[in-house]
Design a protein around this ligand. Structure first.
Ligand SMILES: Cc1cc2nc3c(=O)[nH]c(=O)nc-3n(C[C@H](O)[C@H](O)[C@H](O)COP(=O)(O)OP(=O)(O)OC[C@H]3O[C@@H](n4cnc5c(N)ncnc54)[C@H](O)[C@@H]3O)c2cc1C
Length: 454
């Protein structure tokens, strides 16, 4: 590759803040709200896209707000976020699910609106359409970031930065060791979600409830589909027939889920193996290929699944969803074993219950591995091993490939975000670095805010 030497230049400092959160996905929203609590800290939230919510706006259910016994374990700010949507009829209740522990459907547009309300109430300054491209590090401590936008290249200085970019962009630029994928670097594939309207949902239920011999589901008993929200995962025979007939579909299972509207289903069935969202050439290929697949997936549903005969594609989110890219190496790397053994940690900052859910890199299938029950997420997974002044929350926190495949669900990343924001605030109040914060104080604050720790 040719190289070009970019000369050093003076750039304006757009802002100086106490806590800077980068990335307004589920983790970032909760981090910013928690950091701003009490109104003493000046908090800013940066987002590269033109809306708040990240993957929360893809039409996906929030999984595992409950544990396997049906007890709500994700509470605090995340619980209140969902309750506010529920009060407006923009989210469903938490429905137990044999495969996914629990499902909570949310309206994507309502999420964007509520996110603005919460940021405004908390006094968080939001800046959209800014790409965070570099990190300012002095003596091993993050002091701010460099952003790029239509206004050019600018600096934002901060006493603490929280990386909620999903891709660990800030941490990576700061020199934090990052890893990708399994032992061979293989990552879970990306998927472009889309919704279909005009679906006869009563008919779709009937397929599974009364004709399960023909329309089989993975793990889930037919009765689960009699009423309420659902995520259907199955119809394997129909799909393999369509694939044999040349439909451009790369998944082995049909996956769709109810939305908030009576005739709406969200489809999770496009997939591109080898897609890497940290490489623009690869991500471009993913976008093109998913769009191609989407029409074959819709045609398959209409031809093969009773209830879809009159359906059409209604909504396609503005980006293909990314399951996995970088994770940081933190003070502690949470392992699959920690999770499967339901381990507890003294520095727990939330409790999670979702199993290891690995969408295979090749072959279109998925493996779910269930452990002994709910597990703790330790604070040290949010703290980079060497670099100070930085916390990392969300799907890029310090996990091995298997653990990340469980903790990436939105309930858990929201709880991690709240913990990171709380820790940043407590550290500033106490005049210490986030790596030295009293985790006991953070835990007390989380519980005081309605959070759940065992
Ligand atoms: C297809 C698919 C299906 C899934 N299914 C489910 C499901 O059913 N239920 C569930 O709970 N979870 C599901 N997940 C997982 C879940 O959606 C994600 O793991 C979770 O949203 C990650 O949250 P996050 O806040 O860490 O990152 P994200 O949601 O990715 O948010 C990161 C935010 O940071 C912004 N950003 C990134 N880089 C920069 C930068 N350099 N500068 C400024 N801003 C930046 C992005 O624009 C984005 O808004 C699914 C994921 C995918 C892709």
């Amino acid at each position: 590759m040719n190289k070009f030497f970019e000369p050093a230049r003076e750039i304006p400092v757009r802002a100086e803040v106490d806590v800077l959160v980068v990335g307004a996905g589920p983790a970032g929203l909760m981090a910013a709200e928690a950091a701003a609590k009490g109104g003493k800290q000046k908090v800013m939230l940066l987002e590269s896209r033109g809306f708040l919510g990240g993957n929360l706006i893809l039409g996906l259910p929030i999984l595992s707000m409950l544990d396997a016994e049906g007890k709500q374990i994700i509470k605090g700010a995340t619980g209140r976020f969902v309750e506010r949507l529920q009060q407006r009829g923009q989210a469903t209740g938490h429905k137990r699910c044999k495969l996914h522990i629990s499902l909570t459907m949310v309206d994507p547009e309502a999420v964007k609106t509520l996110a603005w309300e919460i940021m405004d109430e908390a006094g968080v300054e939001v800046l959209l359409y800014v790409n965070t491209v570099d990190t300012i590090v002095e003596n091993g401590c993050v002091k701010g970031v460099i952003i790029e936008s239509k206004a050019g290249r600018e600096a934002i200085l901060a006493r603490t930065v929280i990386d909620c970019t999903g891709d660990g962009d800030v941490a990576y630029r700061a020199g934090v060791e990052c890893r990708k994928g399994d032992e061979k670097g293989r990552m879970q594939p990306p998927t472009l979600m889309f919704s279909m309207r005009g679906v006869d949902i009563a008919q779709v239920r009937d397929n599974v409830v009364n004709h399960s011999d023909k329309y089989g589901m993975d793990i889930m008993p037919p009765e689960q589909f009699r009423e309420g929200n659902f995520t259907m995962v199955g119809y394997r025979d129909q799909l393999s027939d369509a694939r044999a007939r040349g439909f451009n579909i790369t998944v082995a299972r049909t996956i769709f889920m109810t939305g908030l509207k009576d005739d709406e289903l969200w489809v999770n069935m496009t997939r591109v193996s080898g897609g890497d969202a940290t490489d623009p050439v690869s991500y471009t290929h993913v976008e093109r290929e998913c769009r191609r697949q989407m029409y074959d997936v819709a045609r398959y549903l209409i031809e093969y699944i009773p209830g879809f005969e009159n359906a059409w594609i209604e909504t396609v989110p503005p980006f293909t969803g990314i399951r996995e890219t970088r994770v940081i190496v933190g003070k502690y790397v949470m392992t699959s074993e920690d999770l499967l053994e339901a381990r507890r940690f003294d520095d727990a900052i939330c409790v999670a219950s979702y199993p290891i859910d690995l969408h295979h890199e090749e072959g279109g299938d998925c493996t779910l591995i269930y452990g002994k029950g709910s597990y703790d997420i330790p604070y040290r997974t949010l703290v980079p091993e060497h670099i100070e002044g930085l916390l990392v929350a969300g799907r890029c926190s310090s996990m091995d490939h298997g653990a990340m495949a469980a903790t990436r669900v939105m309930s858990t990343v929201m709880a991690m975000g709240e913990a990171a924001g709380t820790a940043a605030r407590v550290a500033l109040e106490d005049g210490v670095l986030p790596s030295q914060v009293s985790v006991k104080r953070v835990q007390e604050q989380l519980i005081e805010g309605g959070g759940y720790l065992r």
